[in-house]
Design a protein around this ligand. Sequence first.
Ligand code: FES
Length: 214
Amino acid sequence: MQTAPLGLLRDLDPKRVMRAQVGGQDLVVWRASNGDVSAWDNRCPHRGMALSHGFVRGNDLACLYHGWHYGSTGACSYIPAHPDLDPPETIKTAVFSVAIADGVIWVSTKGVAQPAPVPMASQPLRCFHVQARSDGLAHACRTVAFEGGAPEQIEPGLYRLGARRVFVLENPLDEDRIQVTALVDADATPNDCAALSRWCDAVRRLAQTEKVAA
Ligand code: FES
């Protein structure tokens, strides 16, 4: 699987944990107290509990079940039931490559994460999920009017909406479900962003409505 966009960094505050998916790989994505972002196999090496239910403790992630801690390398760093034990290095979860670019969290499950180039100076707009296929999403982006005007598709994923451009990044979750991360021109105002966020809602509704009707 290539590098995939997993949402906006601003939506993942330090000490927060979220579940994500790239190409069928279930992930825990979490942010340490120092701000570092990690993406791991969402499975505790001890008894298989989903690590996305866990808690950030300093710069470690603690499993909800028996409280084992895992450090930034994915290796177990602390076992509460055996506090004096130095955990064996073999107790380790699979760690995936993360890159932050344009305010977006990118993860690769194979090799080093390589973010896609964004064709403009941008700022984060929003992230959302849509029950639709990629062609249905693109059709909705080309169809939903913005402030009375028709959108113009400049290139795949890039749309002109009035005086602004929106770049739509997709992370396909399965055959007809997509996690969308949207960026907007860097000089868009808060009012622009609010209006374009509503446009995203309308795009999602249309894409899902047309999927149901198909
Ligand atoms: S299952 Fe995670 S610590 Fe036991």
